[in-house]
Design a protein around this ligand. Structure first.
Ligand SMILES: NC(=O)c1ccc[n+]([C@@H]2O[C@H](COP(=O)([O-])OP(=O)(O)OC[C@H]3O[C@@H](n4cnc5c(N)ncnc54)[C@H](OP(=O)(O)O)[C@@H]3O)[C@@H](O)[C@H]2O)c1
Length: 248
């Protein structure tokens, strides 16, 4: 029995890295997907067509720039017009940053906050209309262990992920009465393009502080999220699941 059989999910940042791993893992579990990407790429279209054929689900590539509120709303309008249930929202897209706050342009800070914090809030508010009507739904926000870490260079990215965590916890307090849960995951270093931003000049430095001693594979994160979405986890709400293999 596939664990997400017949469900429909919106996944942002679906074109590469962790989002792409979510798309595959969800498809394998029988979930149909609106895969949100910023651009239209032939290679990704071929990838999702392969998954559709292999796992007998549908995956639609919806294009949206999450730095634009209008673009997010248009994507939702398109999805909502299909009159399917929206069972799951994975707010995965994100922008990394590592650098001194004093030297960071406010234009960039605003863009990062738009993608890392405001876009998940807009999407959550929009899908909540569907989920409250359905009396069921799952929202998972991809935060980071950086939300709790203190180091030079983490002021912008870390604070954006801390905001996402705080949003998750308080929004979850509103949604439970509608049968909707809102949780976050806080991964450590994942083996994607983004992790290079955090490595700096010494790639071993960030993993030195983990008991795991290596980066986490995107598929390992996706496995945890699939488990979080199973029916017997519906009591888990407003929590942050740290996925880093343990601190050292
Ligand atoms: N990698 C890590 O070590 C790590 C650790 C903890 C948490 N995380 C979090 O995990 C999530 C996924 O990260 P990742 O590692 O997969 O990073 P990634 O490989 O850099 O992917 C980031 C994704 O976000 C999308 N995105 C960025 N700006 C966007 C915009 N304006 N509109 C639409 N999409 C946009 C990117 O789309 P494009 O392909 O168009 O650029 C890409 O699909 C992020 O929220 C990140 O903060 C990552």
């Amino acid at each position: 029995m596939r664990r997400l059989e017949g469900k429909n999910a919106i996944i942002t940042g679906a074109g590469r890295g962790l989002g792409k791993a979510f798309v595959k893992a969800f498809a394998m579990e029988g979930c149909s997907i609106w895969a949100i990407t910023r651009s239209d790429r032939e290679e990704f279209r071929e990838y999702i067509t392969g998954l559709e054929e292999e796992y007998d689900i549908t995956i639609e590539n919806v294009i949206a720039d999450l730095a634009s509120e209008d673009s997010i709303k248009n994507a939702y309008k398109h999805i909502n017009s299909q009159k399917k249930s929206i069972d799951i929202l994975i707010n995965n897209a994100g922008i990394a940053h590592m650098g001194l706050f004093q030297l960071t342009k406010m234009e960039f800070v605003k863009q990062l906050y738009m993608v890392n914090v405001i876009a998940p809030m807009i999407f959550s508010q929009l899908v909540m209309r569907n989920m409250s009507r359905q009396q069921s739904g799952r929202i998972v926000n991809v935060a980071s262990t950086a939300a709790e870490e203190v180091y030079e260079g983490n002021a912008v990215y870390g604070s954006s992920k801390a905001a996402l965590v705080a949003f998750t916890k308080s929004f979850a307090a509103e949604t439970m009465k509608y049968g909707v849960t809102v949780n976050a995951i806080a991964p450590g270093l994942i083996n994607t393009d983004m992790s290079k931003v955090f490595e700096g000049s010494d790639p071993k430095e960030p993993i030195r502080h983990t008991a795991l001693g290596r980066k986490i594979e995107p598929s390992e994160i996706a496995d945890v999220v699939i488990n979080m979405l199973s029916d017997d986890m519906n009591i888990i709400n407003g929590t942050v699941i740290t996925i880093n293999g343990g601190h050292k």
